[in-house]
Write a protein that binds this ligand. Structure first.
Ligand code: SAM
Length: 230
C-alpha cells in the first residue's frame, strides 16, 4: 500500500488514464493505480539507472510488463507521441525541478495532458508556472505524512487565460477556500518559523532592508490567512 503522500497523489489521477510518472523511482504510484484498475497503462520515467532498476524490479514483481514500461531519460523526453499519454505525474521533488522539467519538455505538452504535481517545496513556483501556461488547478490536497506537510494538485489546460491572486499562488486556491485543520497546522508551524527568522534578520542589522520587508510581508500574509476565519 502507498504512503499517505502518494495515496493523496493517486486520488488526483483521472480514471482510465494513460499515465507517465516522471521521476518514478520504485514506480509505486503507477503500479498501485494499475493494480486498482484506475488507469489503463503507464510509463515510469527515470533519469538515473539505480531508480530505473527499482521501477523495473517492481514491474517484474507485480507482472505488469504488458501495461507498464520503465524508461531511462530526462524529464518528459521519455514520452513518445505514440504512447498517447494523457496524464503526467511529477511527484516527490522540489517545485523548481518540476517546473524546469515542464519547461524543458514543453513540446511534449502539445496535446495538453492533465498534470498531477506534488512539489515537496516551492509549491508557489509550480502554481505560477501553471497559471503562466494556461493550466487551471482543478483539485488540490494537503496531507501530513511523517512530520511533513505535502501539497498536491491536478491541473488541466484551458483555452482561457488563468488568473490566480498572489494569495492563491502562495496558499493554493482550493486549500485557501477550505482551510482544513491540516492547512491551519501547516501554516501555524510556518508562521512560527518565519517569525523566528524575521526576529533574527531584524536583530543582526547586516541584512538588506528588502529581505526584511519580504519576510515581514510573508508573516503578515500568513497571519491574515490564519486569522480570517471565514
Ligand atoms: N515520484 C516518486 C515519489 O513521489 O515517491 C519518487 C520521488 S524521488 C524522491 C525523485 C526521483 O526523481 C529520483 O528517483 C530522481 O532520480 C528522479 N529525477 C530527478 N530529476 C529527474 C529528471 N529530470 N527526469 C526524470 N527523473 C528525475
Amino acid at each position: 500500500h502507498l504512503s499517505r503522500r502518494l495515496q493523496a497523489v493517486a486520488e488526483l489521477v483521472p480514471r482510465a488514464a494513460i499515465l507517465a510518472d516522471i521521476g518514478s523511482d520504485h514506480a509505486y504510484l503507477p503500479a498501485y493505480l494499475l493494480q486498482q484498475q484506475v488507469i489503463q497503462a503507464a510509463i515510469a520515467g527515470e533519469v538515473r539507472p539505480g531508480p530505473l532498476a527499482n521501477a523495473q524490479r517492481e514491474i517484474t514483481k507485480l507482472e505488469l510488463q504488458s501495461v507498464m514500461q520503465a524508461r531511462l531519460g530526462d524529464g518528459l523526453a521519455v514520452i513518445e507521441p505514440d504512447d498517447q499519454v494523457d496524464v503526467i505525474v511529477i511527484a516527490g521533488m522540489g517545485g523548481e525541478l518540476i517546473t524546469d522539467i515542464l519547461t524543458d519538455g514543453q513540446a511534449k505538452l502539445a496535446n495538453h495532458p492533465v498534470l498531477v504535481l506534488q512539489p515537496n517545496v516551492d509549491e508557489n513556483t509550480v502554481r505560477l508556472w501553471l497559471m503562466q501556461h494556461q493550466y487551471q488547478i482543478t483539485a488540490e490536497q494537503l496531507v501530513e505524512d511523517s512530520g511533513h506537510f505535502y501539497e498536491m494538485m491536478r491541473a488541466e489546460f484551458t483555452p482561457e487565460p488563468v488568473t490566480l491572486s498572489t494569495m492563491e499562488i502562495n496558499f493554493g486556491p482550493y486549500l485557501l477556500a477550505v482551510k482544513s485543520s491540516t492547512f491551519q497546522q501547516k501554516w501555524h508551524s510556518r508562521l512560527q518559523k518565519s517569525q523566528a527568522i524575521l526576529r533574527q534578520l531584524e536583530a543582526s542589522q547586516s541584512h538588506p532592508q528588502a529581505k526584511i520587508t519580504a519576510m515581514r510581508q510573508k508573516v503578515t500574509a500568513i497571519q491574515e490567512v490564519l486569522n480570517d476565519n471565514r
